[in-house]
Design a protein around this ligand. Structure first.
Ligand code: GDP
Length: 700
C-alpha cells in the first residue's frame, strides 16, 4: 500500500498546480508549534539531515512545502538530494546549500511583511526518508520581541489557521518541559479538530522531564488526542552534520528511552522515538490519503467534466501551443508588413514628396512674390499691352532664379528621406501598438528598435544620394511642353485649393464676429486706427518728439470692440489681401500666356516652380526607393526572424504567448484540462489496484 501514498503525493502536487480549491486537496501533514518547541529538530530528525535555517533571528517566514520521496539505495549506498522545482537549481546534494537557499528565501521576505503566505516548494529525495508531505510553518510567537512588528503574532496565527484546515493532518509539536495547557499548537488544533481525529501530538525534549512525568503526559489523559502523542528526544539531532548524524542522534535517543525502560518500554504501549514517529506519520498519512481517495476522485471528475465542457464551448476543442502562437503572430506580422509595402510603392512616395514640395513652393511664392509691389506687372502684361516683356524681364528673371534656388537648395534630400522614414516609423509604430503586439510590450519595443536601427543605418546614405542626384536642378532646369502643361494644371489646382482655404477662414471669422457687415465695420475701424497711428507718428516726428511720447488718449477707442474681434479683423484683412493676389494670379495661370509654354517661365513662376518641384519629387522618390525602401523591406523581416524569435527560449516563448490574455486563458484552460485528465487516469488506476488487492468475498 506504500504505493498509494507515493502516487497520491504526486497527484497532490499536480492538483496544487491546477488550483488551490479545497475540494481538490489531498491531505498533507502540517507542522505547528511555538518557537523553540523543537519543531525544526523534529523535522530534521525525520529527514535525517540538517537543512533548516538556524540563527538567533531566523524565524521561518514562509511556509515550506516539504515533499519527501523515498528512493531505493543504489548498490547498497544511500542516495540523497534536494530540489527546489521553482528555482531550477537542479539536484542539490549538499544539504548546507539547501539550508543557505532556505535562509536566503526567508530573508527575501521584506521585514515590513514579516511573514509571507507564498510557500517554498522543497523536495527531498532520499533512501532514508519515507514518502511523506510535510508543511513547515512559522513557529507561534509567544512574546513579541522589540524588533518584530506588532502584527507578526497575528499574521503567523492566521497563516497556520489556513493550513490546519481539513483534510490536513496536524502535527502539534510541544516541549515536554512546558505545560501543555500553554501550547499554542494544541490550542489551535483543538479549535479545528476538537476530538483530535487528525492531530498527532509530538512531545519534544522528553529528556528534560522526569520519566514518570513524561509517561503521564504521553498517556494523554489530560489533553486526549485520538491519534495520540509520540515522545522524542532530538537534542543534537540538528546540531551535527555529516552522513551519520542521524545515526548518532537516533542512538542517543534510543539510549535514553532504553534507560527508562520501565516507563517507556513495550509494555507501557506508549509511543516513543523518532522512528516510531515516522512510522506513525506514514500510517496516518496513508490512511488519510486512502480515505480521501474516493472524495478526491469525485471532485476531480467534476472539475474535469467542467473543464472539458468549457474547452468545447469556448474553444471548440481547438488545441494551441505557445510555439504555434508565436509562429502565427510572426507570420501575421510579416504579412501585415508586406501588405503595407504598397503604401510605399514609387507613385505613392512620389505623391507624398510632391505634396511636401508643393507646400514649399507656396512658401517661396509667399516669401518672394506675393508681398512684391511689382507683382501686378506679371499679369498687367496680359491685361493691357503697355508693358513689354523685355522691359521687365531682367528683374523677374533674377527673381525666378532666386525662387528656384530657394526651392532646390532647401535640403530636399534630407527632408524627403526624413518624410519617408517617418512614414515607415509610423507604420511600425502602428503595428507595435495594435493587436496582438499591444499585449507584448517588450516585443513591440523590440520591433520599434529594430526598425529604427535599420532606418538609422540607411538615412544618411539615402539623404546624401538624393541630394547628389537633384544637384543638376540647382543650376539648370529643362522643361518640355508636356511637363509645363502638367505643371500649369497642378498650379491652378493648388491655387484653387488655397483660395478655398482662405475663403473658409474668412467665413469662419465672419461667423465668429457676427456677420459680414459687422466684420466690415471692424475692419474699417482697424484701418482708421492704423491710419491714425501713422498720422500721429508722422506728426510726432515733425514736431521733433521721440517715439516714446505717452499722450495717446485715442488708445481707449480700441475698447469699442473686443480684443478678440480686433485680432479677427486683422486676420480677415490678411486673408482678404491674400485672396486678392491669388485670384488675380489664377486668372493669369489660366490665361493665354501661361498656356503658351515654357518660354513664359518668367511670367508664370508658379508653373515653373511646380515643374521643378515635380522633377525633384520624381528623382527623390527613385533614389529613396533604391536606398531606403528596398533595403528596409528586405532587412526588416529578416531581423524579425534572427533577432526577435530565434533569441527566445522555451520559457520565453511561453511567457510571450501568455502576455496575450486571450491566449493565456486558452492555454490555462487547456493545461488545466490536461492535468485533470492525467490525474483522473492515475486515480482510476489506483482505484483499480485497490479493488484487485481487496480479498474477494467468499460465497457461503
Ligand atoms: P524550533 O524553534 O521549534 O524549531 O526549535 P529548535 O528545533 O530550534 O529547538 C529549540 C532548542 O531546543 C534548540 O536549542 C534545541 O537544541 C533544543 N532541543 C530540541 N529538541 C530537544 C530535545 O529533545 N532535548 C533537548 N534537551 N533539547 C532539545
Amino acid at each position: 500500500l506504500m504505493h498509494l501514498t507515493r502516487k497520491l503525493i504526486e497527484i497532490r502536487s499536480i492538483l496544487l498546480s491546477v488550483d488551490q480549491k479545497d475540494g481538490l486537496k489531498l491531505p498533507s501533514i502540517v507542522v505547528i508549534g511555538s518557537q523553540s518547541s523543537g519543531k525544526s529538530s523534529v523535522l530534521e530528525a525525520i529527514v535525517g539531515q540538517e537543512f533548516l535555517p538556524k540563527g538567533d533571528n531566523m524565524v521561518t517566514r514562509r511556509p515550506i512545502e516539504l515533499t519527501l520521496v523515498h528512493l531505493p539505495t543504489e548498490n547498497g549506498k544511500a542516495v540523497e538530494y534536494g530540489e527546489f522545482p521553482a528555482l531550477g537549481l537542479g539536484k542539490i546534494t549538499d544539504f548546507s546549500q539547501i539550508q543557505r537557499t532556505l535562509t536566503d528565501l526567508n530573508l527575501a521576505v521584506p521585514t515590513s511583511e514579516a511573514v509571507s503566505n507564498d510557500p517554498i516548494d522543497l523536495r527531498i529525495y532520499s533512501s532514508r526518508v519515507p514518502d511523506l508531505t510535510l508543511i513547515d510553518l512559522p513557529g507561534y510567537v509567544q512574546i513579541a520581541s522589540m524588533d518584530q512588528p506588532e502584527t507578526l503574532k497575528e499574521k503567523i496565527a492566521a497563516l497556520c489557521d489556513r493550513y490546519i484546515r481539513e483534510p490536513n493532518i496536524i502535527l502539534a509539536v510541544c516541549a515536554a518541559d512546558v505545560d501543555l495547557a500553554n501550547s499554542p499548537a494544541l490550542r489551535a488544533s483543538r479549535r479545528v479538530d476538537p476530538l483530535g481525529l487528525r492531530t498527532i501530538g509530538v512531545l519534544t525534549k522528553m529528556d528534560l522531564v522526569e520519566p514518570e512525568q513524561g509517561a503521564a503526559i504521553l498517556r494523554g489523559n489530560r489533553y486526549p488526542l485520538h491519534l495520540g502523542y509520540v515522545g522524542v528526544v532530538c537534542k543534537g539531532a540538528a546540531r551535527k552534520s555529516g552522513d551519520n548524524m542521524g545515526d548518532v542522534a537516533r542512538r542517543s535517543e534510543h539510549n535514553f528511552f532504553s534507560r527508562h525502560q520501565e516507563y517507556y518500554g513495550q509494555s507501557s504501549s506508549l509511543m516513543v522515538g523518532t522512528d516510531t514517529l515516522r512510522k506513525r506519520l506514514m500510517e496516518v498519512l496513508e490512511s488519510s490519503m486512502a480515505s480521501s481517495l474516493h472524495g478526491i476522485t469525485n471532485a476531480v471528475q467534476l472539475e474535469l467534466e467542467e473543464a472539458t465542457y468549457q474547452f468545447k464551448v469556448q474553444y471548440n476543442d481547438r488545441k494551441i501551443s505557445a510555439e504555434s502562437y508565436v509562429a502565427e503572430t510572426m507570420d501575421a506580422l510579416k504579412a501585415r508588413f508586406k501588405d503595407s509595402q504598397a503604401q510605399f510603392a514609387k507613385p505613392a512616395v512620389r505623391a507624398r514628396l510632391k505634396s511636401m514640395l508643393d507646400d514649399r513652393v507656396m512658401d517661396v511664392l509667399e516669401q518672394l512674390y506675393w508681398p512684391d509691389a511689382r507683382t501686378p506687372e506679371l499679369s498687367a502684361l496680359v491685361a493691357d499691352g503697355k508693358l513689354r516683356v523685355e522691359d521687365i524681364e531682367p528683374y523677374w528673371r533674377y527673381k525666378l532664379d532666386a525662387a528656384s534656388s530657394l526651392l532646390t537648395k532647401s535640403g530636399v534630400g534630407r527632408d524627403a528621406t526624413q518624410l519617408v522614414a517617418d512614414g515607415l516609423r509610423a507604420l511600425i509604430d502602428s503595428i507595435a501598438r495594435n493587436e496582438p503586439f499591444n499585449h507584448h510590450p517588450r516585443a513591440a519595443e523590440r520591433l520599434v528598435q529594430l526598425s529604427h536601427g535599420i532606418l538609422r543605418d540607411r538615412m544618411g546614405v539615402t539623404s546624401d544620394q538624393v541630394e547628389n542626384c537633384i544637384k543638376p536642378y540647382k543650376y539648370e532646369v529643362e522643361i518640355d511642353d508636356r511637363e509645363w502643361d502638367e505643371g500649369r494644371t497642378r498650379a491652378v489646382e493648388l491655387f484653387e485649393r488655397e483660395i478655398g482655404m482662405c475663403e473658409t477662414k474668412l467665413r469662419e471669422i465672419r461667423k465668429r464676429v457676427g456677420g459680414s457687415r459687422k466684420l466690415n465695420r471692424i475692419v474699417d475701424y482697424v484701418k482708421t486706427l492704423e491710419e491714425n497711428e501713422k498720422e500721429r507718428k508722422r506728426r510726432r516726428i515733425e514736431a521733433g518728439e521721440g517715439e516714446t511720447s505717452t499722450s495717446a488718449p485715442e488708445a481707449v477707442e480700441e475698447y469699442r470692440y473686443s480684443p478678440a474681434s480686433i485680432v479677427d479683423a486683422r486676420h480677415a484683412r490678411l486673408y482678404a489681401d491674400r485672396l486678392a493676389v491669388l485670384k488675380f494670379r489664377i486668372q493669369t495661370l489660366k490665361g493665354k500666356r501661361c498656356k503658351a509654354g515654357p518660354n513664359n517661365d518668367v511670367l508664370c513662376p508658379e508653373v515653373f516652380l511646380n515643374v521643378v518641384a515635380n522633377k525633384l519629387a520624381y528623382t527623390s522618390a527613385m533614389f529613396i526607393n533604391i536606398e531606403l525602401l528596398d533595403q528596409f523591406f528586405y532587412q526588416f523581416p529578416r531581423e524579425i526572424d534572427s533577432r526577435l524569435i530565434y533569441d527566445l527560449d522555451r520559457s520565453e516563448i511561453s511567457r510571450f504567448a501568455r502576455e496575450n490574455p486571450a491566449i493565456r486563458r486558452h492555454l490555462d484552460l487547456q493545461e488545466r484540462k490536461e492535468k485533470l485528465e492525467h490525474v483522473m487516469q492515475q486515480l482510476q488506476s489506483l482505484a483499480n489496484l485497490r479493488k484487485d488487492a481487496q480479498p474477494t468475498p467468499r460465497r457461503s
